[in-house]
Design a binder for this molecule. Structure first.
Ligand code: CA
Length: 240
């Protein structure tokens, strides 16, 4: 499973039930999975943030999956797996033609999707090309997200302050990872919610405050350092 842990996945799918199901399955594998239900917004999100892999449905309202894939390829080599409801050979050929890395026909079994994701990620790891053209860790480690003496090792799913390991729940970890990847950027509650809890999350943004409090107890309070800053009326930021 080492290829999946800590991976950032964008699920572009307008069928809420399927999107939610995929999100839960991927989170179960240790991925950080976000959902987007609109093609053009998916392009914006992929341009604005780096994902390790994109699962892209073909049938989307507005801009369809093929158009999204073509657009994304103009600026990013992020791995893309197309999800198609039609078992149509032409769709498959078209999907690969426009730069998708693989395709899978709906309905599919989760293990099959995970296997294909692993293949794509392994291939990408071997080629050394990271999401969004950014440097990425090899599958064995390498990447470290840090602020002062706090370090996160996404591949090993570990957090250390100095040489003290910190135990975090999955959501606390996801939240910290998102904030570290966007260090020095003030993140609104809505933005945190859609990136850490997923676009489809139904609930209010108080959940963000609650988890920020948990993180502060385990990090700021415990180690006597101020990592997470509140920007009143705006959101939260991790500062150097
Ligand atoms: Ca669809």
């Amino acid at each position: 499973m080492r290829y999946m842990k800590g991976r950032k996945v964008l699920i572009v799918e307008d069928e809420k039930r399927i999107a939610r199901f995929l999100q839960m399955e991927l989170e179960h594998e240790g991925c950080v999975a976000a959902v987007e239900d609109n093609g053009s917004r998916a392009c914006e999100r992929i341009a604005g943030e780096s994902y390790d892999i994109v699962l892209l449905d073909v049938m989307l309202p507005g801009m369809d999956g093929f158009a999204v894939c073509r657009r994304v390829r103009e600026f990013s080599q992020v791995p893309i797996i197309m999800l198609t409801a039609r078992d149509d050979i032409e769709d498959k050929v078209q999907g690969l033609d426009i730069g998708a890395d693989d395709y899978i026909t709906k309905p599919f079994a989760t293990p099959e999707l995970l296997a294909r994701m692993r293949v794509v990620l392994r291939r990408q790891g071997a080629g050394g090309q990271g999401a969004g053209g950014q440097a990425m860790a090899s599958a064995d480690g390498g990447e470290v997200l840090s602020v002062r003496n706090l370090s996160m090792y996404p591949v090993r799913h570990e957090v250390m302050v100095g040489d003290v390991p910190v135990e975090l729940t999955k959501k606390e970890y996801d939240l910290l990872e998102y904030m570290l990847r966007n260090k020095r950027i003030v993140l609104s509650r809505d933005r945190i919610l859609s990136n850490v809890w997923g676009y489809e999350y139904v609930g209010d943004t108080n959940v963000v405050d609650v988890y920020i409090r948990y993180l502060r107890q385990k990090l700021d309070d415990r180690f006597g350092e101020k990592y997470i800053h509140t920007m009143r009326g705006v959101g939260y930021v991790i500062k150097e």
